[in-house]
Design a protein around this ligand. Sequence first.
Ligand SMILES: [Zn+2]
Ligand SMILES: [Zn+2]
Length: 344
Amino acid sequence: MRAMVLDAARQPLRPADLPDPEPGPGQVLVSVSACGVCRTDLHVVDGELGSALTHERALPGRATSNRSPKLPLVLGHEVVGTVAGGGERFAPGERIGIPWLGWTDGECRYCLSGRENLCDRALFTGYDLDGGYAELAVADERFCVAIPPGYPDEQAAPLLCAGLIGYRALTMTGDAERLGLYGFGASAHIVCQVARHEGRRVFAFTRDGDDAAQSLALELGAEWAGDSAGPAPEPLDAAIVFAPVGELVPAALRVSAKGAVVVCAGIHMSDIPSFPYELLWGERAVRSVANLTRRDAEEFMALAPHVPVRTEVETSPLAEANEVLARLRAGEVRGAAVLRVSER
Ligand SMILES: [Zn+2]
Ligand SMILES: [Zn+2]
C-alpha cells in the first residue's frame, strides 16, 4: 500500500510502499479514503509529545514510561474509510472512522471510572499505532465509530478529532453563554457551529490581522472576531484555547467574568507565563482537556448532523502531506486540511 511515513522527528514524511496490514483478533481492516491533518500531527513530527503522553506506569515491553512515537510511523488520526475485512461489529463496505483513541486497557482506575481518555496505558492512532496517511489501516473495532450519512468522506474526516475534542472541550464550559474561542482553525470552526446551535454567543480571537480566520468565524455565527491580545467586547463566561500558545491563558483570564473557565484544548502548548493571582480570583478556573472517550465519539457523531455541522475543508492528495503540514504550520489553512487517500 502507498503511505507517507515518519522515520524520525523533524524530518519530512517519506513516500513509501508498505506491506498491506493484516487485521488481528478484534481488529478491522479499513480501506482509507480520506484522512484529516491535525495540529497534533505537527507536534508529532516536531517531537514535542514525549511528556504529554508519558504513561504513569510503564508499558509491557517498554523500558520507561516516557514514550516517543512508534517509528517508523504512519501519521493520521482522523481516518475515514470503508471496512475491507476483519472484525464483527461493522459490515463489509460500511463507512467508519478511526479516531485518536486507539486502545485502552479497560482495567485501570481511569477506565473503570468512565475516564478512558486518561487511561494509563492508552494507545493512540497515528502515534503508537499506524494511522491514516496510507491506503489501508487496521484498528480495534471497539474504538471505531460509524460515520453519519450525508457527510462526504473528506468533510467527515475533521469531525474525528477537531470535532470530537472540540466537543469534549465545549462540554467542559458548562452552560457558559458568552464563549471565547482562541485560535480559529479546524476545531474552533466546528465548535462555533455547535455552540451557536446550543444558543451560546461566540467571540473569536485570532492572530492580529488574520482576516481569513476572522471572516470564517463571522460566517459561522460568531458575533465578534478580533485580535487575541486586544480587548473583548464584553466579559467571557468561558474560553477554549485551541492555539498552542501559553500567553493566551492569562489573556483569556483577563477578559473573563467571575466564575469563568478557561479550557486548554491542545495536546501541547508553549509555557504559560506567570500572571497575577487576581486574574484567577473570583472562582475562575483553568483546565485542560485530554484525548476523548468512545462516549464522546458516539455523542458527537449523533449531534453533528442535527446542528448540522458543516466542515470547511482544503483537500490535497496524500502525496502532498508534507506541503499540507507546512501550510498548517504557517496558519494558511482555512478550516481543516484533509488528505484524499483513495477514490472510491
Ligand atoms: Zn485504562
Ligand atoms: Zn487530532
